[in-house]
Design a protein around this ligand. Structure first.
Ligand code: CA
Length: 232
């Protein structure tokens, strides 16, 4: 599991972030101060750090510099400050990205995933092989046996999101966010893709292209009321 250290001195926000991340199968530790952050980072060796810049004891940028002295883990900065010089300072000190408070959880999660992918593109983008087909994320292609399956960009985006966490449920709203992101340039699609049934339509299309018996799917599975998962 991917380890995420959340450094945030507002207990309610820290707790909300921890719950959100754990629900998405991240392993999470929380530090409420800069000193605690450096202590936890030193013994736990996180894969990624979410770091609030405004901490009670040590300035977030100084925490970042201390961290960077020995850790290459991506750091996603949370900033309540509107002054862009703080963000520039954080980026100069080695932050990978930043999110300005208040932020949407989906945006934070998307940036977190992107930071992890940049760090380790091969591990983050696997080749997923099922009994029926292969999803090759690094090469952006799907094979049934030797034959390449033609997918629309939207179908690919949806399948890729499921394939990034094989065997794990991806929630409806995460898939909707993917659809919104991939609909680029096609106004008709963008207009209707907010409907949750749209996800179902695309999953049905994928099943027709990938499943031996689309009516009884073995790999593109529905988790009723939650979302979908790709079962290898
Ligand atoms: Ca703060």
């Amino acid at each position: 599991m991917t380890r995420v250290l959340v450094v945030e001195d507002e207990p309610a926000l820290a707790r909300a972030l921890a719950i959100t991340l754990r629900a998405r199968r991240y392993e999470v530790e929380v530090a409420l101060t800069g000193a605690a952050a450096l202590d936890v980072a030193g013994r736990w060796n996180p894969d990624l750090v979410v770091l609030d810049l405004g901490l009670p004891d040590i300035d977030g940028v100084d925490v970042l510099r201390a961290l960077r002295a020995w850790s290459g883990a991506p750091v996603l900065v949370l900033s309540a400050r509107h002054d862009s010089s703080d963000k520039v300072e954080a980026l100069d000190a080695g932050a990978d990205d930043y999110v300005t408070k208040p932020f949407a959880v989906d945006e934070l999660l998307a940036r977190l995933r992107a930071a992890l992918r940049r760090r380790d593109p091969v591990a983050a983008d696997p080749v997923v092989t099922t009994a029926g087909f292969t999803v090759d994320l690094p090469r952006r292609l799907v094979l049934r046996g030797e034959e390449r399956v033609q997918l629309t960009p939207t179908e690919w985006s949806l399948l890729a999101e499921l394939a990034r966490s094989p065997g794990k449920v991806v929630e409806h709203r995460e898939l909707l966010a993917v659809l919104r992101g991939s609909a680029g340039g096609r106004p008709g699609e963008r207009a209707v893709d907010r409907e949750s049934h749209y996800v179902r339509v695309y999953v049905a299309q994928l099943r027709r292209k990938l499943e031996d018996d689309p009516a009884h799917p073995r790999h593109l599975l529905t988790e009723p009321g939650i979302g979908y998962r790709l079962e290898p």
